[in-house]
Design a protein around this ligand. Structure first.
Ligand code: WTA
Length: 655
């Protein structure tokens, strides 16, 4: 065991030191006992929690069934419930006047408070409006919405009528939206006239119009007003939602759903070019989101909880909407960005709303670190108790800055490791329970059993002080049940790499104390500014451009984004490299995916390093892009080794 230090203001936390929990009692032993219990008495453990958190129309008759090998996992079998009832109705008897959603718009202080009672009425009206327009139980509804309260209402209204939602982050391009609509064959898309973000206006309806030109399944586009700007209108197809909602009564019976009915689909990137529709079902997902939210953030009555992610990602689903609302919390919805109107926006937000838990990504912390600490000190952050981190590994330097300067060395940092597919946190410190180590997501959550596997042998690594690929050893309630419309792909990607385990795609180390340290993706997925992007998606955008004949995309360490995107391209005969062409290629990626996937480097090359059998050697490209050309390893198997020095020089000129 390494030295333990108590967190005091000004303390310098060493990279691998343990920082004691902030709460007075150190309860690691109790955690270990309960964790053990949750594994040994899984059914009893989860039955009790399911009754505690969720409102059931009728009880389930079996806690869990199925295995990773069969890919047939199900939880809380034959239980009946409705997610919107768990999120709203169950709180009406005792907290109808409490604020459910605290919305902070793009301009500081432009706020809306929506109580549980108001949320109930609006969700009912919206559910009725959707039904009046033809939406039925089982229909997939696409939500291309910015961070306005309507995004939460729409998710809950879909849940109320039993229509699975598929939220598409409003930073995705028209092409990306079109592909997602076509994958679900959805008849319904919801959007706003425009969006506001960081002082900029996003033409959302216009983007939807473009997507719908090639999405023939869509019957109606439901439009909310955010700015009131005039937009093009397709009569018969486009529906002004405020008008239809005004005609609806504020009561809507909730559909009786089965525990295993689909709650939502969320597209995420994988190793291949086509994003996967990760499918989550109702009871297990809701329970795990709520329980982790309550436990990891130490939620108490009266808290103002702020997760500044976007509802277009899983973090928004589980930790802005479903987890907090099942728990009856006040959840803050943030429309803006950390640097608008200036770099103090988060601190101002925390001070004005007396935020108790604040949840963001390491990339935002690293971006804000550049502005120093003087300004932060002038904001009152005494309300804070827990600071969360999500989306990518947090480097110890950023961890310490967050801990010391944002949390005044008196808040717990919860470094939460999880994925779109896991539905909720699988590993995180618990406030007052787990001693922290900067950069480690520490220990598994209750009911979660992690394993490290040696990729060369496929064998599980026993004991501590080992490193391998990170897998999960037993089903948990909020695991994804399938890839929408492609169960075979689900089995191939997650269940078949290591028989009997769920494969996460991440590498990790387990240290001498049994703590987990995520080392990053082991597949062809990049994590740039906390966003998951498949290298194959970027490559397919590049080769879609007439000038490009071949492309290979790799990540490289980036001081703020975590990982940057580096694209090596070979050009067609007669095409010559130029700054204008590089700009065009970056634009091609923005058009295919969205601005958040804009490449950092585009490097034209006469050829790509390939083996004699024609396989691109990405390992070599990654090293070159990372400026580690002195440790390229064996390049003698390359068909044409002369390309290596060329690329080393070309990259040196770019960075
Ligand atoms: C990475 C986001 C280290 C990881 C919730 C994972 C992390 C991928 C952490 C999932 C963390 C997420 N420490 N790495 N605390 N949290 N990741 O699906 O590589 O957008 O596999 O879900 O992000 O990204 P996704």
């Amino acid at each position: 065991m390494q030295a333990m230090v108590s967190p005091r203001p000004g303390i310098h936390v060493q990279e691998h030191t343990i920082v004691k929990p902030i709460a007075p009692v150190h309860q690691l032993a109790q955690y270990k006992e309960l964790h053990q219990y949750s594994l040994e008495n899984s059914d009893e453990f989860w039955r009790r929690e399911a009754h505690k958190y969720l409102k059931w129309f009728s009880d389930f008759d079996r806690v869990s069934q199925g295995s990773f090998i069969e890919g047939d996992v199900a939880w809380f079998l034959n239980g009946k419930l409705n997610a919107s009832v768990c999120c709203i109705d169950q709180h009406l008897p005792h907290r109808q006047d409490q604020v459910a959603i605290l919305w902070e718009g793009d301009e500081p202080g432009h706020c809306r408070s929506i109580t549980y009672k108001e949320l109930y009425r609006d969700v009912c009206r919206l559910a009725n409006a959707m039904k009046a327009m033809g939406v039925r139980r089982g229909d997939v509804v696409m939500l291309y919405l910015p961070m306005v309260p309507e995004v939460v209402m729409a998710m809950l209204a879909c849940a109320r009528i039993g229509a699975p939602h598929s939220v598409v982050f409003a930073g995705f391009s028209a092409e990306a939206l079109r592909d997602r609509i076509n994958d679900t064959n959805s008849k319904w898309v919801m959007t706003t006239d425009e969006g506001k973000r960081g002082g900029k206006t996003l033409p959302l309806k216009q983007i939807v119009d473009k997507a719908l030109k090639e999405a023939p399944s869509v019957q109606h586009c439901f439009v909310f007003e955010r700015t009131g700007a005039p937009v093009d209108w397709v009569p018969g197809r486009d529906v002004k939602m405020s008008e239809v909602m005004a005609q609806q009564r504020p009561y809507s019976p909730a559909e009786t759903m089965d525990s295993e009915d689909l709650l939502f689909i969320l597209y995420t990137s994988g190793s291949t070019g086509k994003p996967k529709g990760v499918a989550h079902t109702t009871a297990g997902y809701l329970l795990f989101a709520a329980m982790t939210h309550k436990t990891v953030f130490d939620l108490q009555e009266g808290d103002v909880y702020a997760c500044v992610a976007d509802c277009g990602w899983i973090t928004g689903h589980s930790y802005i909407v479903y987890g907090p609302l099942v728990n009856g919390a006040t959840t803050l919805l943030f429309e803006s960005i950390p640097t608008y109107p200036n770099h103090c926006r988060y601190w101002d937000l925390i001070q004005r709303h007396r935020v108790t838990q604040f949840y963001t990504a390491p990339t935002a912390i690293r971006a804000l670190m550049r502005y120093g600490t003087e300004d932060i000190a002038s904001f009152d952050r005494s309300s804070l108790r827990v600071l969360g981190s999500v989306g990518e590994p947090i480097n110890p330097e950023a961890w310490k800055w967050y801990f010391e300067h944002v949390g005044n060395a008196r808040c717990t940092i919860v470094d939460t490791w999880w994925q779109t597919e896991t539905g909720g946190h699988l590993a995180s410190p618990l406030p007052g329970v787990t001693p922290m180590k900067p950069g480690s997501c520490t220990l598994p959550f209750y009911g979660v059993e992690l394993a490290l596997i040696d990729p060369s042998t496929g064998q599980e690594l026993a004991g501590n002080d080992v490193e391998g690929v990170l897998c999960v050893k037993r089903p948990w309630p909020s695991m994804t049940r399938t890839v929408f419309g492609d169960h075979a792909r689900y089995l191939t990607v997650y269940m078949q790499p290591y028989k009997g385990y769920y494969f996460t795609g991440d590498g990790a180390r387990r240290d001498a104390d049994g703590y987990y340290w995520i080392t990053g993706r082991v597949d062809d997925v990049l994590n740039t500014s906390g966003h998951r992007i498949g290298t194959a998606e970027v490559e397919s955008a590049l080769v879609g451009h007439a000038a490009v004949s071949e492309a290979a995309v790799v990540g490289f360490p980036h001081a703020v984004k975590g990982e940057g995107i580096c694209c090596f391209v070979t050009l067609r005969e007669g095409v010559f490299e130029s700054p204008a062409l590089e700009k065009e290629l970056k634009q091609a990626v923005r058009d295919a995916i969205g601005a958040f996937a804009t490449p950092d480097i585009v490097c034209p090359t006469p050829s790509l390093p390939k083996t004699r059998s024609g396989k691109i050697m990405r390992r070599v490209l990654r090293k070159i892009a990372s400026g580690e050309s002195d440790s390229l390893g064996d390049v003698s198997t390359l068909a044409d080794p002369s390309v290596v020095p060329y690329l080393i020089t070309a990259i040196a000129l770019k960075v």
